[in-house]
Design a protein around this ligand. Structure first.
Ligand SMILES: Cc1ncc(COP(=O)(O)O)c(C=O)c1O
Length: 432
């Protein structure tokens, strides 16, 4: 093993032995080279006052070389904020700005106890870093049965982890923390589990309330008490889009200090929150009271980034930073939030109006981009294809009965027609 990796491992063993035990084989082996091209370049950046012939970019006239056809469309930005490589961990100013935003939006987070967010190539990449660092073949990844399908590829296919599902809702159609607890306690023999908490949930649009939040934290604490080391990941992709009286903070705040056997990891980003899906700007943040542990985890994360994408895109980091620093940011975000909330409310009032009889029910939703219908007498796939072929309407069929509708991309005034047409499609099929 490389001595640098060994050093990081020794730090973790000493400071946070449970966290060390959570690492995958790759997580143990990975490190960020201290004496390679990047560090020599960084040193030269501050000291090479005459000529800097280090890193693999090209310069001209004291700035990054670039083509006019590209710069002409980006003229609001300084070439140094666009063309140079961003550091593997991301632009330092962006990292601090995101950290400040996190503290502001999650008031129970104090400024200590968690690290500086590392920039990722959006949330998928953050999740795959978690998978690389912590998931080995056969390790259990505990997720609800209504989940974002990509977890299967990221953890199951790439890392050969074992996906363990529990029903998202209990009989009262609230978050099934008893199911989560049971799934976690079932990992006692393995002594380890990765749990992914995604609220607002994709595909249902559900975020638990305060009491359910307490129950989730208690379930994780109890499993940790029973000896299970838990990597508790909050996938906060749709953070902030809370339209009702649910939790308004990420559970990361609560999980950060819940138990020495729990490592809280926050995966979030600009993608959905700031409506910049194609920018690919996300973050991964670890919680620990040990600065040395945070530093070691950051080094290992940088090692994963360096060995996969080397560094994330610089222009979009600059764009997001610019937005976060703008005095207009909050106001413009609030405007979009209102639009999304009005759409969610409109969907709910249509569904509660009684006009659709009992052809479907719907899963409780209160947040995010989506809601899911539960069809009564017909398969979701039949309705999906009929809607598409006969009415030119696209929806997502999930499993036998569930039809996911993204109200995020339907104007409020069109929602009535949308749901009336889905209803029509269902009655067409059930009548025939
Ligand atoms: C729950 C959830 N997590 C993560 C992602 C991925 O986000 P990104 O596009 O930033 O990789 C999505 C995207 O659909 C999602 O729904």
């Amino acid at each position: 093993m490389n001595p640098l990796a060994q050093q990081l491992n020794e730090t973790l063993q000493k400071e946070s032995p449970n966290v060390y035990a959570m690492l995958s084989n790759l997580g143990k082996a990975i490190y960020f080279p201290k004496e390679g091209i990047l560090s020599q370049s960084a040193e030269a950046k501050s000291k090479a006052t005459k000529f800097n012939a280090t890193i693999g970019i090209a310069t001209e006239g004291g700035q990054p070389m670039h083509l006019k056809v590209i710069q002409d469309t980006l003229s609001a930005y300084n070439p140094k904020d666009i063309y140079e490589y961003a550091p593997p961990g991301g632009k330092p100013e962006l990292r601090s700005a995101w950290r400040a935003k996190m503290i502001k939006e999650n008031p129970s987070l104090t400024s200590g106890g968690f690290g500086n967010p590392v920039v990722t190539n959006a949330l998928t990449h953050g999740l795959s870093i978690v998978a690389d660092l912590f998931a080995d073949k056969g390790d259990s990844v505990v997720i609800p049965n209504k989940n974002w399908e990509n977890y299967e590829l990221t953890f199951g296919v790439r890392r050969e982890a074992n996906i363990v599902e529990y029903p998202l809702y209990n009989e009262d159609m609230r978050f099934n923390s008893a199911g989560l607890r049971e799934a976690l306690l079932a990992q006692k023999d393995k002594g380890k589990a990765i749990v992914i908490l995604n609220f607002p949930n994709n595909p249902t649009g559900y975020t638990p309330g305060q009491q359910e939040g307490d129950e989730i934290v208690a379930a994780i604490r109890d499993a940790a008490d029973a000896g299970v080391n838990i990597v508790a990941v909050t996938d906060d992709a749709y953070f902030g889009l809370f339209f009702e009286n649910s939790l308004q903070e990420s559970l990361f705040s609560r999980l950060a200090e819940v138990h020495p056997r729990v490592l809280a990891v926050k995966v979030d980003g600009a993608t959905k929150e700031e409506y910049v899906w194609g920018f690919r700007v996300g973050f991964i943040t670890y919680a620990s009271n040990s600065e040395a542990t945070l530093a070691a985890l950051e080094q290992k994360t940088l090692g994963i980034i360096r060995s996969t994408i080397s560094s994330g895109p610089h222009p979009s980091q600059t764009f997001v930073l610019h937005a976060l620093q703008s005095p207009l940011f909050e106001e413009q975000k609030a405007e979009k939030y209102d639009i999304m909330k009005r759409r969610a409310n409109e969907v709910k009032s249509l569904l509660d109006s009684g006009r659709y009889g009992d052809v479907w029910g719907y899963y409780p939703f209160n947040s995010g981009y989506f809601m899911c219908l539960k069809l009564s007498n017909i398969t979701a796939e039949a309705v999906r294809t009929h809607l598409l072929n006969e009415y030119g309407i696209g929806t997502i069929a999930l499993g036998e009965t569930d039809l996911r509708v993204a109200f995020s991309c339907i104007e409020e005034e069109n929602l009535e027609e949308l749901f009336d047409t889905i209803y029509k499609a269902v009655t067409d099929l059930t009548a025939s």
